[in-house]
Design a binder for this molecule. Structure first.
Ligand SMILES: [Cu+2]
Length: 160
């Protein structure tokens, strides 16, 4: 019995140590900027790219530039915001998207998004491997720059 209870104490202590290490890595050792759940939707004339961004810094973080990593001529990537204006769905380019300290933001249909624009045959070439590759440039409140590569798998096509 005494051996059993010693084993149990040892087990509980080991578990506590392992849990502390896990908590440390997940919460205190998080990367400054996290991008998750990226996906792309093609209309045939353009590609919308959507994702979740997390700012783990203690300062504001702004997405200031998006660029296509694929080696194709004649395509450009822009940051857009979709809005309802007089009951109509419109989108306009924005020069930055900012996140408060320790906050998340979803780039999603109907809101902020990345849009790749190109002639249809170039759009076809970009999506033929099923993935849209982007580089995102972030600048933090204390002027640190973060370059993050994102692979956005194609999630179907829609016309219009
Ligand atoms: Cu757009």
């Amino acid at each position: 019995m005494r051996v059993m209870s010693r084993l149990m104490v040892f087990g509980v202590l080991s578990l506590a140590v392992i849990l502390s290490i896990l908590v440390y890595y997940y919460y205190w050792n998080r990367p400054p900027v996290e991008v998750k759940g990226a996906y792309a939707v093609s209309t045939g004339f353009s590609i919308g790219v959507f994702m979740d961004i997390r700012n783990n810094l203690d300062s504001t973080l702004c997405l200031v530039e998006v660029s296509l990593l694929e080696n194709v001529e004649g395509a450009r990537a822009e940051l857009h915001k979709s809005e309802q204006t007089n009951g109509r769905h419109v989108m306009r380019p924005v020069d930055r998207v900012c996140l408060d300290p320790k906050s998340s933001l979803g780039l999603k249909p109907g809101g902020y998004h990345v849009m790749v624009m190109a002639p249809p045959h170039i759009v076809q070439r970009i999506i033929e491997d099923g993935v849209v590759r982007l580089e995102l440039k972030f600048v933090s409140g204390e002027k640190r720059v973060f370059l993050i590569d994102v692979d956005a798998p194609l999630r179907g096509e829609s016309r219009g």
